[in-house]
Design a protein around this ligand. Structure first.
Ligand SMILES: [Mg+2]
Length: 316
């Protein structure tokens, strides 16, 4: 019985009628993750747009924060509009934008080798930083001849690794070869392990897979720009008046969203529509591993949708 009591004591609060008022009074700003919270790929999750509109109608500011580096802020703003989320470009923070912002802030003036998608390339263009092309590279079948045919682009001073659906052996060789130079910066947009998806037969690798491919060879860690690193909160705070203690982070992953919230001293809420499932939450809550306890959110909800009924009850 004592064990059961301890386990219950560790579970985060399910957001329900009993705590909705305390919850709403605890924040003015919301940072919401996107994949697994608002949408999966091009499919909106339930009525997440209506849920955010209701929260906004209570005077809360909503900002979007995603580790996905495949799109620009502009493209995310269009995606939001097409799914009826209210979002201005300035309300969106992505790891691609944050990477370009960081390099620009560092007055980086060399070329970036991109192992990633067009989101990174276009955001670098916005700040005038030179970079290599993105997209597929001709596959060299025999790795033993690669040293005779491959030429590296000159002037590369940073390698940025994000999600790349055209990941290939030649691209990894280019990334690792540039990083032989100890002065070449090694930057990862994010290290998410896999994408939330609805096909339970598939486990779809995310940027963490690409980052590990390079890291294991060069044997030095990258600077990670996306969550759980605090970079994106610092950049957002320069553009919006955000008081950490009055900001709520909503996400679907422990080791990115919730840890980011904790690193930045934000309130945290986990939803179970993405990567993390109820069984994971229960496992973390009942674990004897303190590291897992530290990744537990303040609140959880099965789906962001569920807040719609809670808020209707609250305002009536
Ligand atoms: Mg997510």
């Amino acid at each position: 019985m004592l064990v059961a009591h301890c386990i219950m004591a560790q579970m985060p609060k399910l957001l329900d009628k009993s705590c909705i008022e305390e919850f709403l009074n605890s924040f003015d700003n919301v940072l919401t993750d996107c994949d697994g919270v608002l949408w999966r790929g091009d499919d909106i999750i339930g009525r997440s747009n209506e849920a955010l509109s209701l929260i906004r109608s209570l005077g809360k500011k909503i900002l979007y924060i995603t580790n996905n580096s495949t799109k620009t802020r502009e493209e995310y703003a269009k995606k939001c509009e097409s799914m009826n989320f209210v979002a201005d470009k300035e309300d969106i923070m992505s790891s691609a934008y944050a990477t370009a912002f960081y390099l620009n802030q560092q007055q980086f003036n060399k070329k970036v080798y991109i192992l990633g998608a067009s989101g990174i390339a276009l955001e670098l263009d916005e700040v005038g930083i030179a970079h290599t092309e993105v997209g597929p590279e001709h596959q060299i079948v025999d790795p033993l001849v690669i040293d005779r045919v491959m030429k590296l682009e000159p002037g590369v001073g940073a390698v940025v690794v994000g999600f790349d659906s055209h990941l290939s052996f030649p691209k990894i060789v280019r990334a690792t070869s540039h990083l032989k130079d100890p002065d070449c910066l090694f930057i990862a947009t994010n290290r998410d392990e896999w994408f939330p998806n609805t096909n339970t037969d598939l486990l779809i690798p995310s940027a963490g897979c690409m980052v590990s491919c390079v890291e294991v060879v060069v044997q030095r860690p990258p600077l990670v720009i996306g969550k759980p690193s605090k970079n994106m909160f610092s950049i957002l705070s320069e553009k919006h008046p955000l008081q950490a203690s009055r900001t709520l982070m909503i996400g679907d992953r422990f080791n990115t969203d919730i840890l980011f919230g904790k690193n930045c001293n934000l309130k945290t809420m986990l939803v179970l529509t993405g990567v993390t499932k109820m069984e994971d939450l229960e496992e973390y809550a009942s674990s004897l591993d303190e590291e897992k306890h530290n990744l537990l959110p303040d609140y959880y909800l099965p789906s962001l949708d569920d807040i719609i009924n809670l808020l209707k009850d609250f305002s009536s």
